[in-house]
Structure formats: C-alpha cells, structure tokens
Ligand binder design. Sequence first.
Ligand code: BF8
Ligand code: SF4
Length: 635
Amino acid sequence: MPQKVSIDKSMDLLVPLAKKEGIETPWDRYEKMQPQCGFGELGVCCRICWKGPCRIDPFGKGPDRGICGATADVIVARNFIRMQAAGAAAHSEHGRHIALAMEHLGKHGLEAYSIKDETKLMSIAKTLGLETDGRSTQEIALEVALTSLQDYMNQDSSTGCIWLTKTLPAKRLEKLKSLGVMPHNIDAIITNIMGRTHVGCEADHVNLLMGGMRGALADYTGMVLATELSDAMFGTPQPVVTKANLGVLKENAVNIALHGHNPLLSEVICDMAIKLNDEAIAAGAPEGINVVGVCCTGNEIMLRRGIPLATNYLSQDIALLTGAIDSMVVDVQCIMPSIASVGSCFHTEIITTVPDNKITGARHVEFSEEDALEKAKEIVQLSIEAFKRRDPARVNIPNVKETAIVGFSKESIVAALSKVNAEDPLKPLIDAIVSGDIKGVALFAGCNNTRVKHDDSFMTIVKELLAKNVLVLATGCGAGAFAKNGMMTQEAARKYCGESLLGVLTAVGTAAGLKGPLPPVLHMGSCVDNSRAVQVASALANALDVDLSDLPVVASAPEMMSEKAVSIGSWAVALGFPTHIGIVPQITGAPGVVKVLTEDAKKLFGGYFIPEPDPMAAAGKLYEAIMEKRQGLGI
Ligand code: BF8
Ligand code: SF4
C-alpha cells in the first residue's frame, strides 16, 4: 500500500482504525490485486466470444490477432465503445426514470412529488418549443415528459435527439451531423453498439470509434434531460452554504447516509426525515435526524437542500468505520458491494431500494414513486431502530469538516452575473475571458481511483490552474473532493486564485451579496449535471457566435474509473473540448485507437483526449490547450 493513500484528513483516523479492526479497505483490496493483468491494462484482451479469451502480445512476439482474426485495434475499439454504451445506459436509465416519474405526475399526480420549480418547467417547455399559454402546470409537465421520452423512442434516424438538438449551438450540431454521429434515439444507439460489437460484425476501429462517439452523445442526451427534469421537480440549485467531510456526522443524531444517484429516492427520504425528527428524539437522539450525502446523490441534495456531504466514492465503505452511520441507503451506480460486509461489522442498516440493484447481505426495501412516502417512512424508521443498537464505544467521527459554498447551476451563475450587468449577464464573463483576466474554463469531473492517491490529483491540478487564472467548475466526486478538502470557501479563493481571477470572482461575489469572492471552485452538481457546464459553454459560444470547440474550455477527470466517466469524457471530446484523463486508459495496446482518440479526434471534433497520470504535467497540458484555443480566437 502507498505510504499515504488519501489526502482526505478523515482517512488519517479511519484507515489505521480499519487496520486495527481487521476490516478491509479498497486500498487493501487493491494491494491484493497486484500485479493487475498486463493484457487487461493495455485493453488487448477479448472475451466477446467463447473461442476466447484471446489476447494480443504487446511485444510483437506472440499472437497479433485473436482466433477470429480481430486485431488489437479492433479488440480495443470494441471494448472501448461497449464501455461508452454502458455509461450511456446508466445515465439514460436515470434520465428515463425521472421522465417516467414526471409523466405519472402529469397524468395522475404522485403523492410524494410535485413541480417545485415552475419557472424551470416553463423554461424547459420554451427550450423544447412547447406551448405553455393557457395550460396547467400538470399539462405542461406531462408534455415535457412525453417529449423527453421521445428521445428513447424516435425511429427516424434523420432527426437528432430532441434534448441534444435543443441544447447545443447550431455550429456544433452541423459538425456532429456532418460526421454522422448524431444520435436519434438513446436506446437504439446503445443497442446499435452492442450489436455491431458482437462477434463477426464490425472490424474497422475508426468506424467503431465513431459509433462510440454517437453513443457518448446519446449519453449527453440522457444526462441533460435528467438534470433539467430533476430541476423542475426538485428545484434548480441556488448558492447555499453547507459543510463537507465526515465531521458532518453527529454523535447525538440518527445519521442517515444517502448514496447513489437518483433524486427520486433521496428527496423523499429528506422530506420524511424532517417529518419523523421527533421519533428520533424520542428514541434517544437529542439532535434528531441528520441526513448526509455520499457520491452523486450527496451532490444532488447538497446543491438543492444544503445537506452536508459526508464523502465521495473511494471512501464510501470506510465512512462506515465511524460507527456513527445508522443507515446507508442506496439506489443505483457507484455503490461498492463492500458496504454490505463493512456495514455488517457495525449496527448499520445497509438498505438497497431498486429492484435491479440489490446487494447480497443488504436489506432490500423496494421503493417506487407510487409508494414513495410509505417506503421512505419504513427506511427512516429502520434507521432510528438501528440508532438504538449503535455502540457508543465504537463511534469515531473524524473532527474534519469544511465549509462549502455550493449550488452553481447555469441559472444561478447567470443570476450572479446579472448583478454585475443586468442587461447582458454574460458580458462580464465574456469580457473577462477576452481580456485574459480569466484565461479559460476548466471543468473537473469524475471519480476516485485506487490507482492514484485519493483526491490528490484533483487538488494538485486545480491549484496550478487557479494560480494561472483559470475559472474552475466541478461536478461528481471531483466536486466532492474539492468540497471535502476546503476548495469551496472564500478563503480558498483568496489563497489560490491568481490576481485577475480573484478580481472577477470578487466583483461577481460582492455584487451577488456574498461580501467577497465566489469560491474558487464552482460546484455544479452530480455527474449528470455535467450538462450544466455544457449549457454555460453553449451560451458563451452563442453569444460569441463561435463553435464550442473554439472556446478556451477544457475538461479533466484526473481520478476517473467508471464507464460513465468514459462516456462523459468522450462526449466532452465530441463537443470540442480537450479532455484530460489522469488514469492510463485501457487502450494503450492499440496504437490505431490511441491515435484516433488523442490526435485524429482533434481534427474531427476539435476536442481530444489528453492521457496524463502526472498531475503537475496534466496541469501544464491543460493550460497549454487553453492557450492554444485562445490563440485560435485571436485573444
Ligand atoms: O456519477 S464521479 S464515482 S458517483 S461515476 Fe460515480 Fe464517478 Fe463518483 Fe456519480 Ni460520476
Ligand atoms: Fe477471440 Fe475474436 Fe472471440 Fe474476441 S471475438 S474472443 S478475438 S475469437
């Protein structure tokens, strides 16, 4: 195990505690896994048919083709685009779930849900070109839902997905169309990828990769509709001050950790926790119920409700070592199965809620929109019961929590900017970019990965870019890393930003009533909320009458691990953004694939992958990419 596995200060207490208690951490499991398979690392292993597994010898001494004749490029391209399809499927299932809930809400109402943000619903209807005059909120919600569901149903491949075509600049849409990568139907595109990668189908790596890019753009479609519809149902994030890191757990409260992704579950549990607070007090918890978040669900409820974030991906099971989490309630994605075994060492209820995301060893309470209130009540009461079994002698809450100013949706950013220029809110931002006070924009996204020190690459790169006056946006577990490690405070802006960036953040923050700068890292939400950053970039591109690929905008996923992150990184490239990945991707055994994704993509899309594991070198490359785009714009 590396000397120090994480820079998260909570881990200084909990990792040694895990060792003492004989409880395995992800880093112990990582160590046991060494050495990891070299063929897998290079991506040159194929298990697509049962003649295999086949593997290509990277040193050129053994097989250079699989038994069917597939080359390294074909094997790697097939594996890669299947990852893009899986990422798109995960996000799009999330989006479908929200759209179906909104459809039910529109058709017959749902006891636990409503349209909390009617302004957002109206703005969505306008974006989608729907009639609103003289129609009730419920009618509009129904049409918004049905229109969104069209993106899963349209069979006419000459028309692009609605959410994609309505949210990207015209120049980019033309480009995507000319390259033949416009998705018309999320489900059809995912099926297409699975079909064309079956044994004996496509064997041209370039065409495979272009098919994958179309899949990644289907992923964007599912994400943007998930974000926008969630905002209408649960509220569009506005700036809010909260806390992050495991010190947000309370010794004298029933601690419920909400983990996963979909706000349909977490929002109702938050409501129910408020209702049942007195039951918790009566059960002996003087501070009632304390809901905290983990991973992207954590980000969702943090931005919309100011609920504190306990931790991010890699420290999710270690969080249970605090002995103070009474229940961890999960839905879908990025949930380590290990939470069931670690939870069983404590009094903690690990509760799964989704019929197709169960974990052996966890309790399953099946949740649906129709019976959401009843099930949320059951879950909260199970948590209170678990609290009664908590062993105070095993409680170890790290005294680590940072203030975090979060809640930067496109709407809240525009609202803050409009305090500086009410007529033309984007002008102050554009002026700052043109003058060079802001050199460019970097979006940090993605996960943690045992291959690199937990949270460290995020922090190293961001400090470098802030010092060079790059505006920073963040989502997902990257945003979690920044929140936990103190990068969402006004002090951090003063400490880390270059002079001209600090000037802009101070002007906007002061005008918006913050009595000082905005935080140096603007938390935009969960992973699906990467679409918010695209909305900001599209507004800038439209205002400047340029394409997205012309903007000095870059993306970085320094600690990525999931197929969703592969898909997001790919659509970032397809939209024209240079995109850094800090993990050596499982494609390096295929020179042709590497060339397409890191070089040819630049000519085709304007965006391209920058694989760079060293965070300092990555910061340099991202800054260079920003400066190159500035040069292209002549600024
Ligand atoms: O969707 S950043 S570890 S929690 S995949 Fe997962 Fe990665 Fe976290 Fe959210 Ni995104
Ligand atoms: Fe081997 Fe070809 Fe089968 Fe893959 S598809 S396992 S390369 S025979």
